[in-house]
Design a protein around this ligand. Structure first.
Ligand SMILES: C[S@@+](CC[C@H](N)C(=O)[O-])C[C@H]1O[C@@H](n2cnc3c(N)ncnc32)[C@H](O)[C@@H]1O
Length: 263
């Protein structure tokens, strides 16, 4: 018996991995994390599967379901939104499974932060502008570790992807303004990849008002950084004709090799 911790992807059922779909279709027990896992993903379950929504359960109730499945020697598909290892609350489940000697395997998924970037059509890392993406959240009921306050992370001016923060935009902008500047681009993608996806773009100075006007209160990714609008960035070295790497020799290197041969 095994528990498969599966990333359902951000919403579009076609963004579920083949491995995830295959496992959901084969497990007799499917335990999914509520409305953010689309029905079409759960529809992969076999007709006789026991399918349960875990959104109203406690950790111990989830573990009880898994232990019962273990006693019956039945595999469990534990389906989480996006990628299960990013703000997935999966570590505490895995810890309990390890304590109980129940084996598990993780199937990654497309996270909402990449789905949001895809919706915007923007790369989150651009040469010489930002080579770092910080995945974080604003401090709400869940406290932030003291070394990870937003105003401290902001000092890097890296691209930021903020989960679970849409209702905290006032605090977010206050923390980011001194380092990023009022004109720094911000994009909010609500329900990325779902049919009712909404995109609101602005700057640190006006995004809060725009989001309020759009009445977005949940399921939104907040992306911050100059990469969101930049057009004046350097090309990467990867496709530079002069750049030699494992799969391609740069023009000069090829010429030199030719010279050596000619010698
Ligand atoms: C509990 S976290 C789960 C994140 C998930 N594991 C992931 O990798 O995307 C929930 C938060 O993820 C973000 N989120 C999840 N799905 C989203 C989507 N389709 N579009 C935008 N944001 C989403 C929102 O910030 C939401 O508050």
């Amino acid at each position: 018996m095994r528990v498969y911790i599966i990333g359902a992807g951000p919403g579009d059922p076609k963004l579920l991995t083949l491995r995830g779909a295959e496992l959901i279709a084969s497990c007799p027990i499917v335990l999914y994390t509520g409305s953010l896992v689309p029905n079409e993903v759960i529809a992969h379950a076999r007709p006789d599967a026991k399918v349960m929504d875990s959104s109203g359960m406690t950790l111990e109730q989830i573990v009880d379901v898994i232990v019962a499945a273990c006693d019956a020697d039945q595999d469990v598909a534990r389906v989480h939104t996006g990628d299960p290892l990013i703000f997935g609350s999966t570590a505490e489940q895995m810890r309990r499974l390890s304590e109980l000697g129940i084996s598990y395997e993780i199937v990654p998924g497309v996270s909402s932060f990449t789905a949001a970037a895809a919706a915007l059509g923007r790369e989150l890392t651009l040469p010489e502008l930002s080579q770092t993406v910080i995945l974080t959240r604003a401090e709400g009921r869940t406290p932030m570790p003291p070394r990870e306050k937003l105003e401290d992370l902001a000092r890097h001016q890296a691209t930021l992807a903020l989960f679970l923060s849409i209702t905290l935009l006032k605090d977010v902008t206050r923390a980011l303004l001194p380092s990023y500047g009022a004109d720094c681009p911000v994009a909010v993608v609500h329900k990325a990849s779902w049919p009712d996806q909404v995109i609101v773009t602005g700057t640190l100075s006006d995004i809060e008002g725009k989001v309020k006007a759009a009445k977005l209160h949940s399921t939104s990714m907040v992306l911050v950084g100059r990469v969101l609008t930049a057009t004046e960035f350097a090309n990467s070295r990867l496709y530079d004709p002069e750049f030699t790497h494992r799969f391609r020799k740069g023009v000069t290197a090829t010429r030199k090799q030719g010279d050596v041969r000619a010698d």
